[in-house]
Every structure is written in structure tokens, then in C-alpha cells.
Design a protein around this ligand. Sequence first.
Ligand code: SF4
Length: 467
Amino acid sequence: MGRRRGARHRSPRRPADRARLLLRIVDDIRAKVPRDFPLSIRLSVTDYEPDGIPIEETVELCRRLEAHGVDVLHCSGGHHAGMEWEVSPWYQVRTPHRWGWEKIKDAVSIPVIASGSIVSPETAEEILASGSADFVSLGRPLLADPDWARKAKAGRVLEITPCIRCNDGCLHRGLNKGRSVGCSVNPSVAEEGRFPVTAAGESRRIAVIGGGPAGLHAAAVLHDRGHDVTLYEPGELGGLLNHAQGSTVKQDLAALARHLIHEVSRRDVRVVARAADAQTIAEGGFDAAVVATGAPDESPRFPIEGRLPVRTAAQVRVTDAPRGRVVIVGGGFQGCEVALRVSAAAATGEATTVTIVESNDGLLAGEEVFTDAERLPLFLDAAGVSVRCGHTVVGIDDEGVRVETAGGVETVPADAVVLALGRRRADSALADELEAAGVDVRVIGSAREPGRVFDAIHTAFFTARSL
Ligand code: SF4
């Protein structure tokens, strides 16, 4: 009786079998190139699947690759169907594959290249100095700043535009839509020749109103074009990027805030710590104004009574994150990420439970980055965040958040509430007033349309190029 069709596929996995094709390819290449031609293999330390490839199998494979003449092992992780490891997002830990490449390095004598979310020179230096790996490799950080290595070597670390691991410009709006790769923080990536920052025909006095990411970036580019720039910001420079300060969740945004602030501070840009209105602009004798005042939070459409602490998602900082039974109102991206930040902040503190209530039937119902829509719920699950969809909030009182469901009205008990209702369109009063006064006025970032970092930086860059 012959062997059943498919029997080979059902037999237990044997590393020797799985490696055969790869080793034959390696042997063939090795036979065709001189021995001093360096041969590198990139491979995942594991696919991170429950029944996937264990690290022991990868280590054994690496030993065999070395024996077959491979010169260097380039270690990544994950696979295309699980992109939270392959292109780890900002709510994933940095250098997630370190544990794996270190096991491989211990087992072989050829060099090991580390990869995966090595976004800062400090991290790269620590990996090399500690002997964790022999080389580091960069992917997305080079889209964010092609001069990453040159600036790092020169010690100009804060001048590096950091990759924020948003996967928005490169994957979501780029490759996933069949377009060329883009980048949220580098509008001219891959098109540097098309969008150079050149000197303006005439130097003008320009006021930038608002010191969030859009205003900061516009101010730096306008300065580089030869304009005389004054930036007005009554609060904290960095705007909404600052909510991630000190957190391991979206720490990359805090790095971007530090970079953008540095880029303004090292230029001859006047920063004025107060708000500007039409009178300010008129009295200052400005030729043009760039409005970058952001978008206000959406207002709750339900009564808030009693003394329960209620704050917005942007007001949650790691140093004073709410504790106890925390209820997040809203399950869009803002609600999901603040739930992770509160959970991360509570990990070392007192017992905290986090619950998201959302009126839609599922989380992330808006236009989300596709990798977030697919994988963010898994991170919430891993963090122990409870999710109640189909719960429409009808009020907040001393007991908690009152919600209406198909079964009636009930209360989700809470010690603290975070409103994550998104942002609404800003009114155009300031821009209208400036325009009526004859000022050349432009509106950028979320003041034009609530958006993500991509929109803030891109509208700032292209507006500054046009002035
Ligand atoms: S789009 Fe975002 S993730 Fe992609 S390279 Fe740019 S900053 Fe990094």
C-alpha cells in the first residue's frame, strides 16, 4: 500500500527537513562566490505563533548555517501576517527580538546583526557596547531620517528625526494602498529631489501660532527658507505629543516632541510664551501668519454629575495616571491607546482595572492605520483591559459611568473616568479675523482638520514651502 497523499505534511516537524531548502541555497551560493564574499542570512528568531518556530529550532538552524559558510546572521522576528512583531508599532516594546538574537549569538561564532525598533542611537550604542549583538540594522528609522547614521556619528542625536513607529506613512498610506513608501515625519522621503527646502524669493516676517508638531515643524522650515519667524505658544511646546512623556506606550511620540523642540531652539526662531490673536499679529507687523492651534476635544453629549475625577485622554500623564477602577469612554484609537497607557502606568502601582465602553459594536471603528485595527485589540487583551462594546454612555455620576445597552441602563462602577471622544473641527474665527485684516494666513495641522502626526507634519512642510 502506497504512502497516503499529504502524509509528509502531517509528520512531526524535523528541523533538518525544514532547513534543507535553505541550506541547499546557501551551499549553491557559497560554491559560486569567492570565500571572502560575505554571505548574510536574515531570519526571524521566532514567528511568535503559539505552535510556531521555537527559538531552539532557530538556534540549531543558525549553527548549521554557520557550518555551511554563512558569514553573518541578521536577526528579525515575526512574519507578514503578524506585523506587530515584524514592524513593531509604538505600543509595542522597543527591540522586541533582543532575547532571541542573544540566544543565537551565544550559540555561534559568526557576527550577529540586531534589528527591530532600534530607533535611537542610544539604544544602538547600548546593544553594541554590551555585546548583545555585533551590528545593528535600521529600517524605518532611515525613512524618517536618511542622515540618521551621520548625525549619530557626529553626536547630533537630537537632530535626528525619530521614527515614531506609527506605520502610517510607510505602510498604511504607502505600501498598503499600492503607493510608494512615505513617512509621517519625513514628507520628502524618497522624493528629496522633488521637494527641496529652498530659500524663499523674499524674506518675510511670519508668525506661527501654536507650538504643537505642526507649528514647530513649520517654524523650522520657514526659518530655513530665510524668513523671520516668531512662534507663539502659551502652553507646553510639543502640544499633544507630550501626553506620551514618560510612558512606555507611544514613547516614540515623546522623542519626536523633543526633536521638534530642539529643531526650533537651535534656530533663530523667537518663541513667545503667550497666545496670539489678530491684534498681536497686526501690532507685530507680520506679513503672514500660520495658524497651528490644533483641534478641541469633542464635547460629551451626556451629563457629568458628582465628584468622580473625569479628565480627557490628552490630560493623562504617566506620573499621575488614574488608579483604581478606571473607565475609558470611547473605543477609537485614542481610547485604546490611553487604556494601554493607564494599564502600563498601573503595572508598578496599586491594583487598577481598565474598562473601555464604546457605543459601536466593535473597537476602532474609524479610519485607523490597518496594523492598529488588526493588532491593537490583542495588546488590550494582553494588558487585561476589559472592553464593553454596544454600551452607549448616558451619564457619569458618583457611582460610575451609566450606560445604555440592549438590556437597559446599568452603571459601570468607576473610581476615575477618562474621556476619549476624539477631536472635533476647530472653528475658523482666528483665521477669518486675520484674513479680514489683510494678513496672508494659512491653517495647518489639526486646526485645518483633526488628523494624525502625518497630517500635522505634512501640512506644515508643504505650507512652509509655499510661503
Ligand atoms: S511612517 Fe511612521 S513608522 Fe513609518 S518610517 Fe515614518 S515614522 Fe516610522
